[in-house]
Design a protein around this ligand. Structure first.
Ligand SMILES: [Zn+2]
Ligand SMILES: [Zn+2]
Length: 191
């Protein structure tokens, strides 16, 4: 008789655990794309907060913000095979905050200054990006960079990077960053 009661109590506990699990799962915040409400696992970082998107809508959002961006910047071709965590935008002030060496901040400043008055290498419109190939940069040693950039407008820069973002195999845990409001650099995150 006691064994019988014990079995019933055991069954009730198992049932309760299953119910709690199901209810809990239903109430957990679903990871859905802010645009299409489909499955989303890519963070878009706009500084103060992050939005979630599926990959195509992540790129769409980024392209829109890039078109609106008026600042000059430097950007390094992302190597998502080696550094899949995200594509970070650091302003010069961010770099100081994150304790980048003085030489690194100075280097970014110098490259950004070079952009003024240049034309896009691809379409000849006004350039706003100093673009470097991935082999020109060993993350995150800006201070060791010696290569000369290709000058691009935002549209032509986005055209080069868009297929890399779409083709990246892993989710961007660290996120794709929106272009900042101040001059700075796009680069991959090492960790
Ligand atoms: Zn979507
Ligand atoms: Zn262009």
């Amino acid at each position: 008789m006691i064994e019988y009661i014990e079995n019933i109590i055991y069954a009730i506990i198992v049932l309760l655990v299953i119910i709690i699990f199901i209810v809990g799962k239903r109430h957990a915040k679903p990871a859905v794309c802010a645009t299409c409400k489909g499955k989303a696992s890519n963070y878009y970082d706009i500084g103060s907060n992050t939005d979630l998107y599926c990959r195509p809508h992540l790129v769409e959002r980024w392209k829109k913000d890039m078109q609106l961006s008026k600042i000059n910047m430097m950007a390094i071709e992302p190597d998502f095979a080696k550094y899949p965590y995200g594509y970070i935008y650091d302003s010069e002030a961010d770099m100081v905050k994150w304790n980048y060496p003085k030489g690194a901040v100075q280097k970014v400043k110098e490259y950004v200054l070079m952009v003024s008055g240049k034309n896009c290498a691809d379409c000849n419109n006004e350039a706003s990006v100093a673009y470097f190939l991935k082999q020109d940069f060993k993350p995150s040693f800006f201070e060791k960079m010696t290569a000369m950039p290709t000058f691009l407008c935002k549209t032509c820069f986005v055209k080069k990077v868009e297929p890399l973002i779409l083709g990246a195999k892993e989710d961007f845990e660290e996120g794709l960053y929106a272009p900042g409001k101040e001059s700075g650099a796009y680069h991959v995150q090492v960790y």
